[in-house]
Write a protein that binds this ligand. Structure first.
Ligand code: NAP
Length: 472
């Protein structure tokens, strides 16, 4: 037995708050980080390792023993070892009988094995109680204390008592256990850390598709058309002018798409006269990625702000201003200030600034560290009420800026509408329908439906999707 004395991770366990002994198999990155956190939380930690040599990486106050000896010292054994080495546990079956084994392992690929690692462990050691936990927490986050975004620890297992013991440890470490049920859920839990931005795929593809479409649309109308019919080479528009047109258009459409599924949901509920029926799958999925759509919209809006701020520095902008001044000098005529234009330009900028401010506020409140600190009503107020206000301001910003073009025949090159006209279709449709939905004659039944009222109560007995009232 080696007691590790020299240690780089300074730990000072609270001896007055001493908890039980927990055994960790494996002194690798995760075993050490978890042991470090457990000692801080008052647990005694004993490592089971192939080597009982002293290492200055092992947390201070932890013991390092052989596997069998370490296992005998604790009722809970955390297996911080890769699945491919689990076979070494089979000879320890007798020592591990009746013990709680916590499987924390992850795989390299989705569905790498036919059964989950935790189920594999349970098959190898049928006399032990296997619980899956901790696999979604990283060793780095445990050690550095940056667990804000990943406080949740998914736990599953067939033995309720064993699961409770593990959940108590999770709580003692300052984390939040989430009971996912039996060991059958282990495969799903093991797949979580392997998923690559699952909720971001649709918003990213949609925004890329919209960007590509509007970019090509602008290239056709602003560069190719001008070259063919006006013999002007504006190909340099590709660098700033066109991105600065595409970004606000995509941002506005994406922001409107955040609120459009809510409109569809309201119409469906009003039509069905009940909330006790599932929405179509596409609507469910759309609703689940609204936050991602909003954050991507914010990114596009931020790019628009930056592109706009650099506009005065551009050679083209300086040339155009100079040309205006020279033409006034040559004609010996000073153009008077156009007050209507001044009003329009200031209003358009003011609406944009206010809209962007609310946009940023929406983005900030959607971050878990902020949304966890506001209650549901406050969250809804910001995301729904202020969100709609942001949509109104941004739509008005576009209308005031592009309004004059809508009526001008020169805006319809090749009979195609200007990009700003296209950008207003979805936001205006959302705002108009929302306006209708807040009329008392529509809002009242909708609120009642959302509170559980049904137009046709017999439906509750027939549908597969109803809430089982006897079970409530
Ligand atoms: P690691 O640094 O490679 O450590 C694995 C440990 O397993 C080794 O230090 C070794 O401990 C033991 N081991 C290696 N080969 C063995 C063998 N043939 N027989 C018996 N024991 C052996 O890996 P890790 O990053 O700590 O990961 C350990 C487990 O935690 C993995 O299943 C991983 O998926 C999971 N996990 C890791 C993280 C993370 O952030 N690192 C996050 C979540 C889950 P001894 O030398 O002491 O015997």
């Amino acid at each position: 037995m080696n007691k590790n004395s020299s240690n780089t991770m300074a730990l000072a366990p609270n001896t007055s708050n001493k908890r039980e002994t927990v055994c960790i198999f494996g002194t690798g990155d995760f075993g050490r980080a978890l042991g470090h956190k457990m000692i801080q939380s008052g647990y005694s930690v004993v490592y089971g390792s192939r080597s009982t040599q002293i290492s200055n990486l092992i947390p201070k106050d932890a013991e390092v023993l052989g596997h069998a000896e370490a296992a005998q010292r604790a009722a809970i054994i955390i297996i911080a070892i890769q699945r491919q080495h689990y076979n070494f546990l089979t000879p320890l079956a007798e020592v591990l009988r009746g013990k709680v084994l916590v499987d924390i392992s992850n795989n390299l690929k989705l569905n790498q094995y036919p059964e989950s690692n935790a189920e594999h462990l349970a098959q190898l050691l049928p006399g032990s109680k296997v619980v899956k936990a901790f696999n979604t927490v990283s060793a780095w986050a445990l050690q550095s204390g940056t667990l804000d975004a990943s406080r949740q620890v998914f736990v599953c297992g067939d033995d309720v008592e064993a699961k409770q013991m593990v959940m108590n440890i999770v709580r003692a470490l300052g984390l939040t256990p989430l009971d996912k049920g039996s060991l059958l859920a282990a495969q799903e839990i093991e797949n979580y850390p392997l998923q690559l931005f699952p909720m971001w795929k649709f918003p990213i593809f949609l925004s890329l598709g919209l960007t590509a479409f509007f970019f090509l649309y602008c290239v056709a109308l602003d560069i190719i058309y001008t070259y063919i019919y006006e013999n002007n080479d504006f190909s340099f528009f590709i660098a700033i002018t066109i991105p600065n047109r595409v970004c606000p258009v995509v941002a506005l459409i994406l922001l409107a798409l955040v609120y459009l599924p809510g409109i569809f949901a309201a119409i469906i509920q009003l039509y069905r006269g009940t909330k006790y029926r599932r929405f179509p799958d596409w609507l469910d999925k759309w609703m689940l990625c609204r936050k991602q759509l909003g954050l991507i919209a914010l990114a596009f809006a931020s790019l628009h702000v930056v592109f706009t701020l650099v506009t005065p520095m551009r050679a083209f902008a300086r040339w155009r201003t100079g040309k205006g001044i020279i033409s006034q000098v040559l004609n010996n005529k000073t153009e008077p200030l156009d007050h209507t234009n001044a009003w329009l330009s200031d209003s358009y900028l003011a609406l944009g600034i206010l809209g962007f401010f609310l946009f940023v506020l929406l983005g900030i409140t959607s971050l878990p560290s902020v949304s966890n600190n506001v209650n549901w009503r406050e969250f809804r107020f910001v995301q729904s009420k202020l969100g709609y206000l942001a949509l109104i301001l941004c739509t008005a910003h576009t209308l005031v800026y592009g309004g004059k073009w809508f009526l001008s025949p020169s805006a319809y090159k090749w009979y195609l509408p200007n990009i700003y006209i296209l950008s207003l279709i979805v936001p205006c449709a959302v705002l108009v329908v929302k306006f209708v939905l807040i009329f008392p004659c529509v809002d009242k039944p909708l609120t009642q439906i959302r509170q559980g009222w049904e137009r046709n109560p017999k439906y509750t007995k027939q549908s597969n999707y109803i809430i089982n009232k006897s079970a409530v």
